[in-house]
Every structure is written in structure tokens, then in C-alpha cells.
Design a protein around this ligand. Structure first.
Ligand SMILES: CC(C)(COP(=O)(O)OP(=O)(O)OC[C@H]1O[C@@H](n2cnc3c(N)ncnc32)[C@H](O)[C@@H]1OP(=O)(O)O)[C@@H](O)C(=O)NCCC(=O)NCCS
Length: 151
């Protein structure tokens, strides 16, 4: 079984992130976008997953006025289907709850069946479709999960 360790994502991890960003995402974020998310904007939670010494994936969410938003989540190709993204997503769910969100929402490409399966497994359900959401013209499925405050 793969041992996955989670820790906060920091600016020091950005070389590892930027090196694979364009491979993982059709609309890659720049270094500056990540830097802003990690160091300037309020209500953010970013985390990365290590498999041994290897940087295996990362994820982040924002929380504003009680609503959480999954901003990004990705696993490097060699570490896929080992539970990395699921561990990252569960961490976002806990963090968003702790930051006061009552629900967590996300957009996922209508064609991205792997990510949709990941989200369904963590109890997200489709709540809408945004047509032409992506710059390349693809539609986004909107998925949501209610969060319960821990007593
Ligand atoms: C989607 C992605 C994050 C999944 O990462 P992962 O670490 O491989 O996912 P996990 O191993 O944690 O998988 C958890 C569950 O998600 C589902 N899943 C993940 N990848 C899948 C695939 N290729 N096909 C079908 N189901 C898949 C399965 O239910 C899986 O559980 P199982 O392995 O017990 O069947 C990864 O493929 C990725 O980085 N893709 C590119 C970036 C991306 O699309 N991000 C999402 C943007 S909205």
C-alpha cells in the first residue's frame, strides 16, 4: 500500500508544480497565480502529497462567505490510482469545513470522467452545467458537496 504524506504547499514547491502544470491542466496557471494564491489571498488552503521523497500531487481550495471552492487538484502521472487525489480532496473537505464553509463547489470539464469519478467517490453530486466555461470552449459540470461542521 502506498504511504501518502500531506503537508502545506509553499512557494518552495512551485518549481515542482510549474514543471508539470501544463501537462496536467489544459489551462495552466502561472507561477504568479500560484504565488498570489499561496501568499496574498485570504481564505486559501493549499496542500501537497508526498510519496516517500517524491512530490506526487497538490490541491487547493478557497473559502468565501461560507462557500468553499476547489481551485485545483492534480496528481503526477507516475502516482495516479494510488489514492493521492482522494487524500488531497479529503484534506480540502476538512480544511474548508474548518474555515467555515457549509458547502464545497467545483467545476470539472464535462469530458474529464476521471476527475468526475474522484469527486463522486467523495460524495460530490452534479448540480449544473456551465456551457463554454473553458477558454478552449469546453463545458464544465458544476459539482457540490454539503459540509457538516464538526462539533
Ligand atoms: C483526476 C486525478 C486528480 C485523479 O488523481 P489520482 O491520484 O489518480 O486519483 P485517486 O487514486 O485518488 O483515485 C480516487 C478515485 O477516483 C476515481 N478515479 C481516479 N482516476 C480515475 C480514472 N482514470 N478513471 C476512473 N476513475 C478514476 C476512482 O473512483 C478512484 O478510486 P479507485 O482507484 O479506488 O477506483 C488525476 O487523474 C489528474 O491529476 N488528472 C489531471 C488533472 C485533473 O484533471 N484535475 C481535476 C481538474 S477538475
Amino acid at each position: 500500500m502506498t504511504t501518502i504524506t500531506l503537508r502545506p504547499l509553499t512557494v518552495a514547491d512551485l518549481p515542482a508544480v510549474i514543471a508539470v502544470e501544463a501537462e496536467l491542466f489544459p489551462e495552466p496557471w502561472s507561477w504568479r497565480m500560484y504565488e498570489e494564491e499561496l501568499t496574498e489571498l485570504p481564505g486559501r488552503h493549499y496542500v501537497c502529497a508526498m510519496v516517500g521523497e517524491h512530490f506526487a500531487g497538490w490541491a487547493g481550495c478557497s473559502v468565501q462567505v461560507g462557500e468553499g471552492h476547489v481551485m485545483t487538484i492534480g496528481t503526477l502521472v507516475p502516482f495516479r490510482r494510488q489514492g493521492v487525489a482522494q487524500a488531497l480532496l479529503e484534506d480540502l473537505i476538512t480544511a474548508a469545513t474548518d474555515l467555515g464553509a457549509s458547502r464545497l463547489i467545483l467545476e470539472v470539464a464535462a469530458s474529464n470522467t476521471a476527475a468526475q469519478a474522484l469527486y463522486r467517490k467523495s460524495h460530490f453530486a452534479p448540480v449544473g452545467l456551465r456551457r463554454g466555461y473553458y477558454a478552449h470552449g469546453g463545458d464544465a459540470l458544476v459539482m457540490m458537496r454539503a459540509l457538516e461542521a464538526t462539533p
